[in-house]
Design a protein. Structure first.
Length: 239
């Protein structure tokens, strides 16, 4: 039996200078344009069902470009169909699980790959833990894995809006993470993330987790060609 993991300490939200780096999103998007050729050789998919889950404050629209790319390389992609992610994780886990169960029954009980951006990755992880029969594989992008919202840039605002105590919630998140899950897990994070810093976006709980660093801010992760290529290679079974 694996030794229990102690709750990490000494963490902090991204520094102000890194937070300001999120304002460079337009420049990042221009730079991403030079990377599109890497997608031309992306491997074709096997038609498996995939779900995309948006981050805090985002809706299905935020993931439409990634959805179009994955459809083009032959995946059966659906959005979570719940509208804007307003940060009610437990409620949204239950709501999304109901959506996924219906599709699971309709498609011959074929499990899904879940791809979650930021808080969407938290929802994906909880669904994998609580309903493992629904989930074949997980990919997260800039997800606050360690500490929940406590060490994120909008953490204090999120706590007020959700009426939670960050210290207590941090302990609950650690306990949930410590349970772990068995599905393959790819964790994409960035050292330039000004919202969910790299120290909390890496998975230290699941031995099968692949933590992959990319360049770019948090707000550009869903549009980053390198991230898209990592997702395509992961779905195709390429390390």
């Amino acid at each position: 039996m694996a030794e229990p993991i102690e709750m990490p300490t000494g963490l902090r939200p991204p520094r102000k200078l890194v937070q300001l780096g999120e304002l460079s999103l337009p420049l990042d998007l221009m730079r991403f344009g030079l990377q599109w050729p890497r997608l031309v050789t992306a491997p074709r998919g096997d038609g498996r069902p995939v779900y995309l889950i948006p981050g805090y404050g985002g809706s299905e629209l935020s993931l439409r470009p990634l959805e179009a790319f994955l459809r083009r390389i032959n995946y059966d992609v659906a959005d979570w169909s719940l509208g804007r992610n307003r940060g009610s994780v437990d409620r949204d886990v239950a709501r999304f699980t109901a959506v996924a169960e219906a599709r699971f029954a309709a498609n011959g009980e074929q499990p899904f790959t879940l791809i979650g951006w930021s808080l969407g990755g938290t929802i994906a992880r909880e669904v994998a833990r609580l309903s493992p029969h629904l989930v074949r594989e997980l990919i997260t992008m800039g997800t606050p894995i360690i500490g929940g919202p406590k060490y994120t840039t909008p953490g204090q605002r999120y706590a007020r809006a959700s009426n939670i105590r960050l210290d207590q919630f941090e302990r609950e998140v650690h306990e949930r993470n410590s349970i772990g899950f068995d599905q393959p897990l790819t964790v994409i994070y960035s050292n330039r993330d000004g919202i969910v810093g790299p120290d909390i976006a890496k998975d230290i709980y699941n031995p099968q987790a692949r933590n992959i660093r990319v360049d770019g801010g948090h707000l550009g992760l869903g549009f980053n060609p390198k991230v898209w290529r990592i997702i395509a290679d992961t779905l195709a079974g390429r390390a």
